[in-house]
Design a protein. Sequence first.
Length: 747
Amino acid sequence: MRKTVTSTHSRSPAIGLSLLMCLVVAMAADLFGWSAALDAELGAVWFTLRGERRSAHRVVLVAADPETVATWGPPPWPAEREDEVRTQVQRHGPMQVVLVEPGRVFSSAKIEPLPPPPMSSVGLTALPGAWVGLDGVDRVAINYIGAPQRVPTVSMAGVAKGAIPTAFFADRVVVVGLTDPRFANRWPTPVGWATPAHLVAHALSGLDDGVALHAPPFWLRWLLLLPFAALALLVGGRGRALRAWVVPSLIAGVVIALDGASFAHGVVRLGAATTLFALLNAAIVNVNRRYRLLKLTLAVIRQVTAARRRDEADHQRDDSMRWQRLAGLCRDAFGANGAALGVLAADQKTIEYRGFVGIAPEALIGRAHDRTLPPYAAAFARGRPMPTVRMGSADQDVRTLLIPLMDHDVPVGVWLLNITEGKLLAPESRALERMQERIGRLVARMIRARVGGAGSPLDVSEAQRGVGALARHLSLLQSACEQMPDGLLIADLWGEIRLINDQMRARVSEAAGEAAARITRQGIVETLAALCGWPPMRAHSEVAAVLGERDEVRPVPGLRLRRLDVVEEGPSGGPATFFLLTAFAAGVVEATAGPVPDDEGPVRIDVRALLLRTGRGAGAEGMRIEYEFSDPTPRVECDAAALEAALDALFAEIARYSAVGAITTVSVTAGEGEVQVLLMNDSYAVPREALTDLFSDGGRSRGAVTERVQIARDAATRAGGRLDATSDPRSGVVFHLALPAVEAEAR
């Protein structure tokens, strides 16, 4: 009996010292900020223990459901669809409208295009539990109110058609986004996989539902002492007080240090279900798992980087002269002091330069890729896009930077940046901060409305910081567009020359006058001659055929420089390639002449230009079209309205009922007083009986498959032409469209 009492008394100092040392370590961790990562773990535990929350009815999701896909077809959809949805939603004054299309967010007050969220190279498979790690600096708590289907949801197509009463959206936060798993990335959550639209909806629902974004309850943190005390009992014995408090103290320090280091590197981790499991997870399991994941990720990165460098080296050796020639051409055509040809691939955040004209390469190379040097290190640390690289040294007045947009080394567009007075960009004064301010005001409004106008400053600031971080996570590339200098002109390599939007057009006009928003006739002639290898006289004649006597045109939608692959034998025996500048709509190009009087007959237009315009229209969205012209190629003209109506209907018919990616061949010939257009697609086929019923005398279509064909037939008949069709099991359906033509001289 006496021995037992003595043993108990001998252990009491050890237990007391252990608890005291654990308390000291915890207080020191708070004082020096070491416990930030442990707080994050406890926050995850707190969200797990609290469980699912009720759905906040003030947040509603407008979803691209199967009905929307069946009505509009698979995305991407034209911008008009988004405008229809936004117009219907905004009629009764919602609190805010957020459009999420994988990664793009638009504010109801002013459009702010944002890019898809960047993929994390480490920790992706362990992405978020009840916490979402954003940029390694900020973390935002998302109140998961349940599975994704718990969010109140309405159909996007139903909203566009007006089937949903607009009063339903009054004073609500409306999230519009792609939610079908076929079209949107999905991320793991505690209650299943969710799309970006659901993540945004959950975040806003949590703010409206009263989720505290600061630390979990204090009592949960002090539960950390229990594992340390239990450990002290295991290692403590008679007379071994030193070991009883030193060992748990060291373990506590190691755990806090490891957890803090992982948080500092932005590694996202699923919170533990209990405090004991959180400690063991941080100290044992995650260390080994993350080490192996990091090694695997680094190996993959090394392989991809090596392959990319080999491909880029081959590409630069083969095409260096072409890049240099294109850079010089753009400098001359647009009156730039210098041009640097840069490639911005889809998976990159920096620019790779390949051609320099009028600028020293060392003025740019090296600065765009070094993220450790100011101001790039600070920009990335704050989660902001990197500013545009400095445009040359102090004694160089470089006004133009050409950046072709690449897709697997295939040019798909060009950005032409006009730099005014060599000024550097000021990211802190641009659109990203304005967007965050609007989000901050929205969050403050929601919180104050919930608590009767007396929102806690701590709640407001925490909410602003968290939602701002969520917005930055979605805003890397397109927000950089808004941060670019005053003049941003896009010269699409498919030929479309346009300013990026009305706001940019106003900036250019205000900064440099109306002359800056025009393209001169001589510049167009020189560009065509250089691109096509034509003599100057032919380039002049091609431009004159479209522009007439006008000396300048505005770069607005509708003015297009189209590339036509014409089947004609050149000196080398292959097909010749040339470009054609087409102004296809009245009022697009500023003309000195008035409209064509009605008594002069139908407006006539170049068939080739109209074919290309129709081929890139809404009816042929996503189609692959090849054109074949007769040899020699005449300039054939016909009734523009009839041809456009017939082709729009036929392209829409083929696009809807043919295989994805199948090629539609369009053959154009000039016959006896008529233009003959043949449309062929092997994957499009309808029963022979349907064609017989459609084209029999007096026959009318009753089915959805052939009603568009009937529209095309009526348009051709009104213009004095005809539309026939044949069906073959091997070649599918071939449409024969013939319209009266006016034939100009062959060229």
